[in-house]
Design a protein around this ligand. Structure first.
Ligand code: CP
Length: 308
């Protein structure tokens, strides 16, 4: 594989290799192994046209922990504001010798387009409402760490599926890894194409919760909505929010996930977000290991990721 554009491009063996490599690399960054020389001499460009906290910082941390040189590009404050196109920006970065380009963009398909213009590996860090494959990989990694497996897990993904690249990437990857996914949302926040996705659909969170091993809450993406969504924020929280009463319906070993950023009190209560069964902070930490693994596997390095 030359690029990481879609979680659906990964075979089961490829996805497992990423997760196994991330496990090997998880020790890097602690006191005993601060940094690896694996990507010394490689240049990674972080090309962010949309806001990000977790993904941008963790790709930067991942590249630096592997000793790559990192160039951070944010559309704000660049020549994009003077009208420069994505293609010309990409060719400029290419001329500076990028071995890998991490891109976040508001247009679905931007990462694939970029991959036709640059020689280096392209890593999709979120393109519009389309995909966010490294988020799905870090979510699968977190499930494996907490539950010991992904295969056979019953995963409920809850909320604004319509605008969620995280949901689509998770559905594709989790199906590849053998989990059973149920999407839970009001009909107005489901894409028409969902019928062809490898998952089930429910409109009733209260029915799905007791049967779930993993409950992944999604942010309501108000910035992508042209019209008011179903039907009010208050009604949404009443029917689809993971509050303390609903949390009590989960079985004792079930975990709660959220890709962030989360809106406390709307899609998830503060007590649930901060409970020991919430993996939200672990997901962020695991994101660095998973992105190290992906950079290593795409940009190449020494034979062993952690070198012997
Ligand atoms: N989960 C996620 O993509 O978060 P950021 O938007 O902060 O990168």
């Amino acid at each position: 594989m030359r690029h990481l554009l879609s979680a659906g491009d990964l075979s089961r063996d490829e996805a497992t290799l990423v997760l196994d490599t991330a496990k090997e690399l998880a020790q890097v960054g602690d006191r005993s192994v601060k940094k690896l020389p694996t990507l010394r001499g490689r240049t990674v460009v972080n090309l962010f046209y949309e806001d990000s906290t977790r993904t941008r910082i963790s790709f930067e941390a991942a590249a630096k922990r592997m000793s790559a040189d990192v160039i951070n590009f944010s559309a704000k404050g660049s020549s994009v504001s003077k009208g420069e196109s994505l293609k010309d920006t990409a060719l400029t970065l290419q001329a500076m010798g990028a071995d890998g380009v991490v891109i976040r963009h508001s247009s679905s398909g931007a990462a694939k387009r970029l991959s036709t213009w640059v020689d280096g590996a392209v890593l999709n860090a979120g393109d519009g409402t389309h995909e966010h494959p490294t988020q799905a990989l870090l979510d699968a990694f977190t499930m494996r760490e907490r539950m010991g497996r992904v295969e056979g897990l019953r995963v409920a993904i809850v909320g604004d599926i319509l605008h969620s690249r995280v949901a689509r990437s998770n559905v594709l990857l989790l199906a590849t890894l053998g989990a059973e996914v149920t999407l839970v949302a009001p009909p107005t926040l489901l894409p028409v194409s969902v019928r062809s996705w490898p998952c089930s659909v429910s409109y009733t969170l209260d029915e799905v919760l007791p049967k779930s091993d993993v409950v992944m809450m999604l942010r309501v993406q108000a910035e992508r909505m042209k019209d008011a969504f179903f039907p009010t924020a208050r009604e949404y929280t009443r029917r689809y929010g993971l509050d303390d009463d609903r949390f009590a319906k989960l079985h004792d070993d079930a975990i709660v996930m959220h890709p962030g950023p989360m809106i406390r009190g709307m899609e998830i209560s503060a007590a649930v977000a901060d409970s020991p069964r919430s993996t939200i902070v672990e997901q962020v930490a695991n994101g660095v290991s998973v992105r190290m693994a992906v950079l290593y596997l795409l940009l190449g390095g020494s034979e062993s990721a952690i070198g012997n």
